[in-house]
Design a protein around this ligand. Sequence first.
Ligand SMILES: Cc1ncc(COP(=O)(O)O)c(C=O)c1O
Length: 433
Amino acid sequence: MDELLSRDLASLIHPQHDPAVQRAGRVWVRGDGAMLVDADGNEYIDGLAGLWNVVLGHGRRELADTAREQMATLAYASGYAGSSNPRAIELAERLGRLTYPNINRFFFTSGGAEANESAIKVARSYWKRRGRPGKTKVISRELGYHGTTLAAMSATGIAGYWPQFEPRVPGFVHVPSLSASALEEAISREGADTIAMFLAEPVIGVGGVIVPPDDYFARIREICDQHDVLFAADEVITGFGRTGKWFGLEHWGVAPDIMQFAKGITSGYFPFGGVGVSDAIARSLDEAPGPWMHAYTYSAHPVGCAVALSTLQIIEEENLVAEAARKGALLLEALRSRLGDHPCVGEIRGKGLMCAVEFVKDRVTKAPFAPEEQVGARIHAEAIARGLFSRVRGDVFVLAPPFVIPDATLHRIAEILASATKAVDRLNAMKFT
Ligand SMILES: Cc1ncc(COP(=O)(O)O)c(C=O)c1O
């Protein structure tokens, strides 16, 4: 692996490029179920299902066979107006039955950021076609993550993503994550006539698995309706079962006007995503005088659509949405029983099979560790040394394993994390006494 890593360092630029991190990195060569194998033959639990996306686990022959067959039959055809392919049509029909009742029309992309870009352009073009061209602004949330293309980055509410790439796209406003009245205040401050949409993840993922209070999204829906603001749900992580329901907002009986998806729809086996729109928005696209000037070469990619159809079929056949709910509860319980009383654990939280353990200096006041203490990074390193590979955001350790993970491996995750935490405590004690 050392040889591969030195060639990597000399030739590749990575997402979140950081040579120091890369030097201590892993080169993955194989996967099976919830396990990943590195180039030295070491096995790790894939605690984040890749990047929240490999919901069916690694090494699924059915998905490989589907992709191979589709590639051999028709690997690619234009998805632009004037062309289509059967898999894209079948997938859109299936999503129409599966998603929120008011969402029945779909535009496909190659990933999550493109899905959010598309959602923003859907909303702006919708208001222009409705004769309200001033409605262009996007309100999104602090700690929300929507991707790193320029508009998606501007919607992203994690400030660390901005400074290297300023100026941001104008017209993006951020509000605190869990206060519905903050949205109302922002709309009245900016003027409802200037706002196109409100954009939110049903459960914030990358920002540290933040679950809203039960009344939050119902109130958001009311506020958006009251002020003619479209509500776009970024279901890139929460879609397709991750939270224990097919889609995140189902927990609270709310439907969005626009929904973005990616990741789990192909279980990471093919880069794919998309946006679904309400019947009212679809009508405005159909009735417009000219073409909608938004397009990607790989929109409605036949292989992506075929892999998505197989993924959905397996999720249904193996009852994996219910499994994600059951296993998520089991993982939370295991984490709470092993780490719940720990003096440095501020909170253990989650919804379905997306969970987080937040480490703090003082569990009563929730005061954080100083960033230079690198507590999250050290726990991450100790977890890797014990065979668990996931991610941390600051001092929040996030977990979202494949839905097929065995129950025993969920217990093992909690065991490893508890042992990694103890190892770092010892380091802290040495450093500060
Ligand atoms: C909620 C959410 N939206 C959008 C994205 C961006 O997706 P992609 O990296 O495929 O562009 C992500 C990626 O983590 C995400 O979690």
